[in-house]
Design a protein around this ligand. Structure first.
Ligand SMILES: [Zn+2]
Ligand SMILES: [Zn+2]
Length: 429
């Protein structure tokens, strides 16, 4: 009986302890939300394109420096790193991106973009604000954890060069190697107040491929004297459709899309080349290799069958900047989900399907240091819009659309509360 009482007391004490931590985080959020909403509006009004995040990086790094972080600027271009050393303990990295998109804003918000043709339509303004809000909470609660917090702000997520630039500039050589790396991306499909998660492959790997189809040009009236690359390219486009459907294991999702095809000048000339641009998506490196091999084999086979000499075989060129799939670490994802549930409730956590969009956050988990990474969808749709969408099948503005914007208050609160709890729990394991 005594033992039961003792263990009940322990459970009760731990509940008080947890709720005190939660209450402290919530108190900080209430203290900071006004100031951070102004900052969010500032970022939204002053978007900068990939590789041009000069002012954004200035402002964000100053804000972080004011919290007491040790700042190193110009890591991989406009990227920067802020470090808060707080005794012996784990090293935890939180990442935000900073870039906007070449898009004319149509949200009608009073704080719409001031920059013509540039807009934060992917929520990176929200990422920065939640990231800073979390840093602020963790700074104010320094007594509650021990370890090193590394805040990483990267340029050019949209063009997928930012993460790599930071790594190549020595992110994991010049600064402590993280035991865990975490990030959010806002979701335009999940309601604000909720979080989406998935262990393992979450976002697709992506690469672009250029294909030059060569032929022998001639008069449009005398096709028998030419080898028509328009016909060859057409056959190739159709043959590529069998790569995902007939060659790749059906349990391995993949996409091969020919997004652009250009050749010729006028009606009656058979050109001597056609150029195609493809995007390929995959969740496993081996599948990517299979797709590229198939593109080469099929293209060459069709050229051969038309009787082209070897010197005129097609050129299949994958781009150099492949973005690997995002593979969320199982254990880290599980631990984070438990922490999220403890402050947000189980009903606000949703296990979601993988998506064929890409995120260069993947790269932080692909270096020789093998850092465990996990990224989560942060719901951002206003409850009113979400209800209308559910009940009346109303379309929601998707990421990269000129109408998209996150609902600030619940998105900020959920993002900061959730991530602060995840980080505190990891520090205190
Ligand atoms: Zn985007
Ligand atoms: Zn994005």
């Amino acid at each position: 009986m005594k033992r039961i009482l003792l263990s009940l007391t322990a459970i009760f004490l731990s509940m008080i302890c947890f709720s005190q931590t939660d209450q402290q985080i919530r108190k900080e959020i209430i203290n900071n939300i006004g100031q951070h909403e102004s900052l969010y509006r500032h970022f939204h009004q002053n978007p900068e394109l990939s590789f041009e995040e000069y002012k954004t990086s200035d402002r964000l790094s100053t804000e972080l420096q004011n919290l007491g972080f040790d700042i190193s600027r110009k890591i991989g271009g406009n990227g920067f790193v802020g470090i808060l050393r707080n005794g012996d303990g784990p090293v935890i990295m939180l990442r935000t991106d900073m870039d906007a998109l070449p898009l004319e804003e149509k949200t009608g918000l009073p704080f719409s973009s001031n920059i013509e043709g540039v807009m934060h339509a992917c929520g990176h303004d929200m990422h920065m604000t939640v990231w800073l809000g979390t840093a602020k909470v963790l700074t104010e609660m320094k007594e509650s954890w021990k370890g090193t917090l590394i805040m990483v702000a990267q340029q050019a997520e949209e063009k997928s060069g930012g993460a790599n630039a930071m790594i190549e500039d020595g992110l994991f050589k010049r600064f402590p190697v993280p035991d865990y790396a975490l990030a959010y991306h806002v979701s335009s499909e999940l309601e604000a107040g909720t979080i989406g998660y998935r262990s393992g492959a979450f976002f697709a790997g992506v690469n672009s491929v250029d294909i030059k189809v060569k032929g022998i040009g001639g008069h449009g009236a005398r096709p028998h004297m030419a080898i028509d690359p328009v016909v060859l390219a057409s056959r190739m486009v159709l043959a590529y459709q069998t790569i995902s459907s007939r060659e790749i294991n059906p349990f391995q999702p993949s996409v091969v899309t020919v997004g652009s095809i250009h050749g010729g000048t006028v009606h009656n000339i058979i050109p001597d080349e056609v150029n195609m641009q493809l995007t390929v998506r995959f969740f496993d490196d081996a599948v990517y290799d299979e797709i590229i091999e198939a593109l080469q084999r099929i293209s060459k086979g069709i050229a051969q069958s038309a009787g082209l000499p070897e010197s005129l075989y097609p050129e299949v060129k994958p781009k150099d900047h492949l973005t690997p799939p995002v593979v969320n670490d199982d254990q880290l994802t599980r631990d984070a989900v438990n922490s999220f549930i403890s402050v947000l409730g189980e009903e606000n956590l949703h296990e979601v399907d993988p998506q064929t969009v890409a995120e260069d956050f993947a790269r932080y988990g692909r270096t020789e240091e093998k850092v465990p990474i996990a990224i989560f969808w942060l719901g951002s749709v206003s409850p009113t819009k979400f209800e209308a969408h559910k009940n009346m099948n109303m379309q929601l503005a998707h990421l990269h659309s000129p109408d998209f914007y996150p609902e600030f208050k619940p998105t900020y609160e959920t993002g900061v509360l959730g991530m602060s709890k995840v980080v505190l729990d990891l520090f205190n394991r």
